[in-house]
Design a protein around this ligand. Structure first.
Ligand code: OGA
Ligand code: NI
Length: 361
C-alpha cells in the first residue's frame, strides 16, 4: 500500500489545465481499459428516456387520490431516477447559481487551489481520490464538501468562497433542502414509510454538494467523466449547469443518455433510500461521459440522514408490511466513513449492506 499523499498527487493541477495543453492523446492514467459502450438506438427501438415527474401533480393529490403515489412508487422502483418539473425553486436563483458555478471554474487555477483537496480528506477541489496505485483517473475536476450540519463545514471551503458565489449557494442550498424534504415525505409515503419517520431521519440531515467540471477531451470514448456508481445518499438533486449533456444511467443492463428538460432537476434515488425502502426502490447506477469539444459542468446536491441517525430499513415500513429487513442497519456517520474509504465501483458498496441468508441483522 503506498501512501495517499503520493497517490493524490496526479499532475499537480487539474484536468481542466491538462485539457488546455492537450491536442491529441490522453495520458495513460485517464484511459479506461474496459469502458462499456452506450445504448445504441436503432429505428426499431427508440431511445428510452427517464420518466418525468411534475411536482404540482404530487402536491395536489395529497390526501386524496393516490394514483400519483402509485406513479411515483413505480418510477422509484423501476428507474430510481426522474426529471422533476415545476419544482418550485426560484428560476432566477437557479440561473444565478449556474452562472456562479461557471465563474468558479473560470477562476485562475491558483485561486481554485486555495480549496485544494488535502491528503487523507475527501472535501475540497481536486481530481479522483485514489485508493490504489493502478486506479484510473476520471476526466474531471470536482469540488465536494459537506454543507450541513453547519458546524461540520470546513472553514477554508464554503466560508472562503467569493461573496456572490457563497451567498447564492447558501440560498440555493436552503431552497433545494426544502424541496428535498417535500420529496422525502412523498417518496416515503409512496412506499409506506410514515412521514414522521422520514422527518426524524432527514430533517436537518447531512447535506453535501459536488460541483464537477468535465473538460473537453480529444479522445472522449477512451475516458470516463465519472466512474459508474450509485449515490450513497437518500436522494440526489442534480442541476446541469451549462446545457451540455453527458449523464447516463444503467437501465436493464444498458447505458442510456439523459436529456435534461429545460428548468428541470434530475432527482435520483440513492443507496440510503433503497435501504430505507427495504429494497423496493432502486438506487440507479449512473456515470458521466465527456464531450470532444465542449466542457460540461454540473452541480449535485446530496441529502442524507442526520449523522447520528440509523441507516437501515424504515421501522414503520417493516411494521406496516411485516417484511423482514433485507439490509443491515448502521449509524450514518459510520456509513459515510465506510463509503469514502472505498473507491467508486457501481453498486458494490450497497451489496455490503445486504443481509445474506445466513446472517441476521
Ligand atoms: C455525482 C453525479 C452526475 C453529473 O456527482 O454523483 O452523479 O452529471 N454527477 O455530473
Ligand atoms: Ni452520482
Amino acid at each position: 500500500m503506498i501512501s495517499s499523499k503520493s497517490l493524490q498527487k496526479i499532475d499537480g493541477k487539474s484536468v481542466q489545465e491538462l485539457a488546455k495543453e492537450l491536442t491529441l492523446h490522453v495520458p495513460h492514467r485517464y484511459i479506461q481499459d474496459h469502458r462499456e459502450p452506450s445504448f445504441v438506438s436503432t429505428s426499431s427501438s427508440p431511445l428510452p428516456s427517464i420518466p418525468v415527474v411534475d411536482m404540482n401533480d404530487l402536491i395536489n393529490v395529497l390526501g386524496s387520490d393516490k394514483d400519483e403515489f402509485k406513479l411515483l412508487r413505480s418510477v422509484c422502483q423501476e428507474w430510481g431516477i426522474f426529471q422533476l418539473v415545476n419544482h418550485g425553486v426560484d428560476k432566477l436563483l437557479v440561473e444565478t447559481m449556474k452562472e456562479q458555478v461557471v465563474k468558479f471554474f473560470d477562476m485562475p487555477v491558483e485561486e481554485k487551489l486555495k480549496y485544494k483537496l488535502i491528503e487523507g480528506d475527501y472535501q475540497g477541489y481536486g481530481q479522483t481520490i485514489l485508493h490504489t496505485q493502478d486506479q484510473k483517473v476520471d476526466w474531471a475536476d470536482r469540488f465536494y464538501m459537506i454543507t450541513n450540519p453547519v458546524h461540520r463545514r470546513k472553514t477554508h471551503l464554503l466560508p472562503q468562497f467569493p461573496p456572490i458565489l457563497r451567498e447564492t449557494m447558501e440560498k440555493y442550498l436552503e431552497e433545494v433542502q426544502k424541496l428535498a424534504m417535500n420529496l422525502f415525505g412523498l417518496m416515503g409515503e409512496a412506499v409506506d414509510i410514515e412521514k414522521q419517520e422520514m422527518i426524524d431521519v432527514f430533517d436537518d440531515g447531512m447535506q453535501s454538494v459536488r460541483m464537477t467540471y468535465y473538460p473537453p477531451c480529444p479522445q472522449p470514448d477512451l475516458v470516463i467523466g465519472l466512474t459508474p456508481h450509485s449515490d450513497a445518499a437518500g436522494i440526489t438533486i442534480l442541476l446541469q449547469v451549462n446545457d451540455v449533456e453527458g449523464l447516463q444511467v444503467k437501465k436493464d443492463g444498458v447505458w442510456i443518455p439523459v436529456s435534461f428538460l429545460p428548468d428541470a432537476f434530475v432527482v435520483n434515488v440513492g443507496d440510503i433510500l433503497e435501504i430505507m425502502s427495504n429494497g423496493v426502490y432502486n438506487s440507479i447506477e449512473h456515470r458521466a461521459t465527456v464531450n470532444e469539444v465542449k466542457k460540461r459542468i454540473s452541480l449535485a446536491m446530496f441529502f442524507n440522514p442526520k449523522l447520528e441517525a440509523d441507516v437501515g430499513p424504515a421501522k414503520s415500513l417493516l411494521k406496516n408490511t411485516r417484511n423482514l429487513p433485507m439490509y443491515k442497519t448502521i449509524v450514518m456517520e459510520q456509513y459515510l466513513k465506510d463509503f469514502f474509504s472505498r473507491k467508486l465501483n457501481g453498486k458494490t458498496f450497497l451489496e455490503k449492506m445486504k443481509i445474506k441468508n445466513n446472517e441476521t441483522s
